[in-house]
Design a protein around this ligand. Sequence first.
Ligand SMILES: Nc1ncnc2c1ncn2[C@@H]1O[C@H](COP(=O)(O)OS(=O)(=O)O)[C@@H](OP(=O)(O)O)[C@H]1O
Ligand SMILES: Nc1ncnc2c1ncn2[C@@H]1O[C@H](COP(=O)(O)OP(=O)(O)O)[C@@H](O)[C@H]1O
Length: 276
Amino acid sequence: MALKLGSASLWETNAMGLNHKADKRLAALHGVDVRSSFLKPVKATSGYSNNAASLINDCVVISGKNFHQMATVGKSTNIVWHKCPVEKFDRQELLMQKGCVIWITGLSGSGKSTLACTLNRGLHSRGKLTYILDGDNVRHGLNNDLSFKAEDRAENIRRIGEVAKLFADAGIICIASLISPFKKDRDDCRALLPEGDFIEVFLDVPLEVCEARDPKGLYKLARSGKIKGFTGIDDPYEPPVNCEIVLQQKGEDCISPCEMAETVISYLEERGYLQA
Ligand SMILES: Nc1ncnc2c1ncn2[C@@H]1O[C@H](COP(=O)(O)OS(=O)(=O)O)[C@@H](OP(=O)(O)O)[C@H]1O
Ligand SMILES: Nc1ncnc2c1ncn2[C@@H]1O[C@H](COP(=O)(O)OP(=O)(O)O)[C@@H](O)[C@H]1O
């Protein structure tokens, strides 16, 4: 790619393109003329988190032959986003599907893991590439430094949201299954993704039903005071207000995990996620 600074032509040696409007505007501000005939067609994908609050500083730096958009994000200073010519769109073409995040929230015992696995099987048998991020499982590794205090739950959810975003960017249908009790934490994860790509599924199962199931005996321990801060017992759960799918348990009638998975698959099919 060629850049002209005054009368000198600069050739950028790496594969990073100045192919979004903000780059060009900043280039113009710094007196750099971008020869647009050398640029790839523009795709509106910025690598930055769209959480504006985390983007503190953003400036253009020209050093030697390189033209960089330098940023400070959170505590990371002087960082530069590296773009690659193979993008999400290309991966989706390869996979014949669209990357997205299915975010399953609900109380412990509501059936999140069961639904995640059933959905995974259903999509896999249709030839779709999926990956499950289960709260319990991620806490065995990446998040094993986090407790169940509100701030640690928030960090657990934030990290899973960021990982889910990467999976979606890879073109994969990512199924995140975690209690995620706080609305704000879920909404922050939603904000990481393009409109429509975050599909929140609420497993609306009453506490009494979850407690009666109690497959791990955790409610019993929580009731006897042996576990403190257990969601639904002595820790809050904020139900979603406007989520994409509600799977409600009505009285004694249980919707089977297969029926639930079919509901989610139909939703994906109708919105074009099961094709490129
Ligand atoms: N205090 C407390 N509250 C709730 N749950 C607890 C707690 N302690 C341990 N567990 C077990 O951890 C699983 C929930 O982990 P998550 O990562 O999904 O929770 S959260 O989203 O950070 O709130 C949860 O798994 P599920 O039953 O699959 O939901 C429990 O097995
Ligand atoms: N749709 C359902 N109907 C009846 N029982 C279910 C259903 N989904 C899950 N279960 C049962 O409920 C218990 C909790 O399910 P699980 O998937 O582990 O929940 P969570 O991941 O939300 O803690 C398990 O014993 C599971 O077999």
